[in-house]
Unconditional design. Structure first.
Length: 256
């Protein structure tokens, strides 16, 4: 009777430890019995206890053996992703073949616009002024084929710093802003892209008053621009790129 019990125990033990062999992507295996699973993970009971593993930790062969439905879904998703990439690459390749970039002339310029300080408030000791500014990216294209449709994609970052480091007025950079413009039936096109507005402030003290942090009758603070990152793509093809503090780069033999 004892011998039978020992045999049954050994059979059960072997069934738990060696029922499923899981092959890991980083090498090695895990042996045991899969006791639960969902689309993100599964639990396997081993000789050392239960372990939870994510499907991405497994080699494809093990996923297929344990969860065939999920394997087929992941396989279909991977094929779809691959086909989309092929289509995108083919579209870009055809676009580059259709466009004679060397016939197109591109000019890109960045400027800053700002008015004068305007009075906002006044009290017995001082007058407060505010100035509003904004940046402009001017893009000019010529030599376009009026029979073709173009998408001009501009991506820019606009950088700022504090006018006075002692002031605690916050400032915010504009990062990776995307603007697109569709062109059809045009040989030449000029357009501007405006950045977000930024502010500067000025305080002037009246007669008999001075600032406590060093004297003087006037203080200015707020934000001022320090440069741009700008890139321009034509129908998905990068044709212009300029980083802050660097010279611009033109691609695809486009004229400038």
């Amino acid at each position: 009777m004892k011998k039978t019990a020992i045999i049954i125990f050994l059979v059960a033990f072997v069934g738990i430890c060696f029922g499923t062999t899981v092959h890991l992507r980083k090498g090695g295996t895990v042996e045991g019995e899969v006791i639960s699973k969902d689309d993100e993970k599964f639990v396997i009971k081993t000789a050392d206890g239960e372990k939870t593993l994510k499907w991405r930790q497994l080699k494809n062969k093990s996923i297929e053996e344990i969860y065939p439905e999920l394997y087929e879904a992941l396989k279909a998703k991977a094929i779809e992703k691959k086909n989309k990439k092929k289509e995108k690459d083919a579209t870009q390749e055809n676009s580059e073949k259709e466009i004679n970039f060397s016939r197109i002339r591109l000019n890109v310029a960045t400027t800053e616009k700002g008015g004068t300080f305007k009075k906002q408030d006044s009290n017995k000791s001082s007058k407060m002024y505010q100035k509003e500014g904004y940046g402009i990216i001017s893009i000019s294209l010529s030599g376009l084929d009026p029979k073709k449709k173009y998408t001009v994609k501009t991506v820019y970052s606009h950088y700022f710093k504090k006018i006075d480091k002692k002031q605690g007025v916050p400032f915010k950079n504009e990062l990776n802003i995307v603007k697109e413009k569709e062109l059809t039936g045009e040989e030449r096109c000029e357009f501007d892209i405006e950045s977000a507005k930024y502010l500067a402030f000025r305080q002037k003290l009246k007669q008999g008053w001075t600032f406590s942090d060093g004297g003087g009758k006037r203080q200015t603070w707020g934000s001022k621009p320090t440069g741009w990152d700008v890139s321009v793509s034509l129908n998905g093809t990068l044709v212009y790129e300029k980083k802050k503090g660097e010279d611009p780069i033109y691609y695809k033999n486009i004229s400038h």
